[in-house]
Design a protein around this ligand. Structure first.
Ligand code: URA
Length: 252
């Protein structure tokens, strides 16, 4: 009888780890940065007005070229702006905003940080990388949306913007949004939400629901920098993004 030669056991191939999905990449990036908490933004300083009732300024610009040209006009005014003396003398450069001028969705943040001040583009530091993951988890690309800040200059030491600085810069924000006319706006954090909606309500009270800015529905959610310190809040942000994306016809 022929001997049956036993094959030595084959080394089992380790199962290839599947690449994380965009949603996992956002939710699983549990980076906790401990930092001395910033002082709370001054409360009771923002006038409460029914911004929803005011129409967007200016004509409806339909083509990309018209919008690029109109944004360039605003950018040319932002660049040499010296209304806020301290910011004008401490900034490296102004940070206007970036993205698709025909975007259906705009993200509004607070103000440039050190990385943004250096590069001249909003949300490029650690918080920005997390924002990019959120955008990708929403099945979008950074280039599909428009990203801008309430302030165009970096507050020294990343302190919260002062009410006067917000008031000085606000017309630029209103004009940018009037050119882009997105279908939806997403406010990231307290400063963006309180400034755009002209309210003193906290981000915890504002998030998760749609509000109105001059006829544009606004979703408010936590700022990515807050998520870096409190990764548990990513769950809430994801719920907010799902509501927002459902309106844009994307079921996450
Ligand atoms: N935080 C913001 O609010 N905006 C940026 O551009 C970067 C960090």
């Amino acid at each position: 009888m022929p001997k049956i030669r036993r094959q030595p056991p084959r080394a089992t191939q380790p199962a290839a780890t599947p690449a994380p999905t965009a949603v996992q990449a956002f939710q699983g990036s549990e980076v906790t940065i401990s930092r001395t908490p910033r002082p709370a933004p001054p409360v009771g300083t923002l006038p409460v007005a029914d911004v929803g009732s005011q129409p967007l300024e200016g004509p409806v610009l339909k083509t990309r070229g018209e919008r690029v040209a109109a944004l360039e006009v605003i950018q040319a005014e932002v660049k040499p702006c010296i209304q806020c003396k301290e910011l004008a003398t401490t900034r490296t450069q102004t940070v206007f905003g970036v993205g698709n001028p025909l975007a259906q969705l705009c993200f509004v943040g607070e103000a440039p940080g050190a990385d943004e001040d250096e590069r001249g583009e909003p949300f490029v530091g650690r918080a920005g990388q997390l924002l990019t993951k959120i955008i990708e988890a929403c099945q979008l690309k950074r280039e599909d949306v428009f990203i801008l800040n309430v302030l165009k200059c970096r507050p020294p030491g990343n302190r919260p913007p002062l009410p006067d600085e917000v008031a000085n810069c606000r017309p630029f924000l209103d004009r940018q949004l009037a050119v882009i006319r997105p279908q939806y706006i997403c406010c990231l954090g307290t400063t963006a939400a309180q400034t755009l909606l002209q309210t003193d309500r906290t981000i915890g009270q504002l998030r998760g629901k749609f509000h109105d800015y001059r006829g544009i529905p606004v979703m408010c959610t936590y700022h990515p920098a807050y998520l870096l310190r409190n990764p548990g809040a990513k769950r809430d942000v994801w719920e907010d993004m799902k509501k927002l994306m459902a309106k844009l016809g994307v079921n996450l």
